[in-house]
Design a protein around this ligand. Structure first.
Ligand code: MYA
Length: 414
């Protein structure tokens, strides 16, 4: 089996594009790439190193037009209600057929309907901010979503939305529909009196707040090799590869258990305190914490260790994001766990995450993915994670501040 660098190739397509964009950026004499749309947006300019953090453009609700942006003829705006079974199905179909693929078009993200419901309905969500585009025949052809979150950015507490699931049907690509979707969601969010947003993307746009990388840990190396996600390293047999990635049958910590509703106050306090050390982190209410971390089968798992008084001392969590294996005779789905929020106080982070790998493997995951943010750098090598191909850029809309390192990022988006 290969060591790290070429182990696992599954990444958001844009992450690969990001590498290309960086290569382009390296042609320094040409200066920063021109972005017809993004250069008009309230974003920090490339190379700008602001002394004082703050808003780039200040507006009031009266400055924001009440009517939607014009759509090209034959298309109209809608909002989608993911709590409605038929509409959830439409969103699922759009994304499962048109969302992010890897560069070789071998894998495509396959967010489940239950996952989409979870991702889009935290406390305070508004279906108005799940913006769709329909064709004249009523077919859903585009999407962009926002959900509210209070965010701490280097000492400032800011009301923000998290933007996700920007998707344009493959038949409508490269027609400048994405900027219209982005402008329309900005308008709707602004009309609610919110002026900042966070989002991640593989592509390099003006201008990232942080640049993180994905790492991957094989849990089922045989299947990963069969589907072409990773390959056998020189001089490695399948048997030796499987031995290399073998994990214990059970967790090291005997009393690790799935988080229950009664654990929420204690686990919420633990995570909130932990996140204070990072320059970018969500400020979750107890209700939001319960939404994001209470286990939902096949969507999100959270495990806790408690002391004898029932106080949560350690927690680990991951979400389930499978990918479709496109056109494979034997395997339809690649099951991936993504590291979410982890806090270790009675064991090391490495010990906690080894248990997390065991728990994910026992739930049938084929691979465990983690970004190099928060404390993750501590365990990646020891636990045999391999580095991914690209970068995941973090962005903050309409807020200027200095770039931060991955270790200063305390936010995981879905
Ligand atoms: S990241 C996931 C993005 N989705 C995918 O990768 C799925 C597969 N791809 C597609 O569906 C399409 O290729 C998309 C672009 C929709 C991505 N973020 O319409 P176009 C710019 C931002 O001709 P298309 C996620 O969901 C591009 O640089 N901008 O292109 C977070 C160019 O602008 P410029 C992007 O390929 C989303 C313009 O679009 C992205 O048909 C955060 C071209 O438009 C991207 N990932 O469609 C959104 N990709 O000329 C921002 C391309 O200037 C939110 N572009 O370079 C901002 C905050 C808003 C709220 C603010 C509230 C205060």
């Amino acid at each position: 089996m290969s060591n790290g660098a070429d182990i696992l190739r599954m990444l958001k397509k844009q992450q690969i594009e990001s590498a290309l964009a960086r290569a382009g950026a390296a042609a320094a004499s040409k200066g920063p790439k021109e972005h017809k749309f993004w250069d008009t947006q309230p974003m920090k300019k490339p190379g700008e190193e602001p002394e004082e953090p703050g808003e780039i453009e200040t507006k009031t609700i009266d400055d924001v037009k009440p009517e939607p942006y014009n759509m090209p003829p034959g298309f109209e705006w809608c909002h989608v209600d993911v709590m409605d079974a038929a509409e959830a199905e439409e969103v699922y179909t759009l994304l499962s057929e048109n969302y992010v693929e890897d560069d070789d078009n071998m894998f495509r993200f396959d967010y489940s309907k239950e996952f989409l419901r979870w991702a889009l309905t935290p406390p305070g969500y508004s279906a108005e901010l799940h913006v769709g585009v329909r064709s004249s025949k009523g077919k859903l052809m585009g999407l962009i979503t926002a959900v509210p979150t209070q965010m701490r950015v280097m000492g400032s507490s800011i009301k923000t939305v998290e933007i996700n699931f920007l998707c344009v049907h493959k038949k409508l690509r490269a027609k400048r529909l994405a900027p219209v979707l982005i402008k329309e969601i900005t308008r709707r969010v602004n009309r609610m009196g919110v002026w900042q947003a966070v989002y991640t993307a593989g592509v390099v746009l003006p201008t990232p707040l942080a640049c993180c990388r994905y790492y991957h840990r094989s849990l089922n190396p045989k299947k990963l090799i069969e589907v072409g996600f990773s390959r056998l390293a020189n001089r490695m047999t399948m048997a030796r590869t499987m031995k290399l990635y073998k994990l214990p049958d059970n967790t090291n910590s005997a009393n690790v258990s799935a988080m229950q509703p009664e654990d929420v106050p204690s686990a919420h306090a633990l995570l909130s305190k932990y996140l204070e050390q990072f320059k970018l982190a969500p400020q979750l209410s107890e209700e939001e914490f319960a939404h994001w971390l209470l286990p939902r089968e096949g969507v999100v798992d959270c495990f806790v260790v408690k002391d004898r008084n029932g106080k949560v001392t350690d927690m680990c969590s991951f979400y389930h994001l499978p990918s479709t294996v496109i056109g494979h005779a034997k395997h339809r789905t690649l099951n991936a766990a993504y590291s979410f929020y982890n806090v270790a106080t009675t064991v090391t982070m490495t010990e906690l995450m080894r248990d997390s790998l065991v728990l994910a493997r026992n739930l049938g995951m084929d691979v465990f993915n983690a970004l190099n943010l928060m404390q993750n750098q501590e365990f990646l090598q020891t636990l045999k994670f391999g580095i991914g191909d690209g970068h995941l850029q973090y962005y903050l809309f309409n807020w200027r501040c200095k770039e931060i390192t991955p270790q200063e990022v305390g936010l995981v988006l879905l």
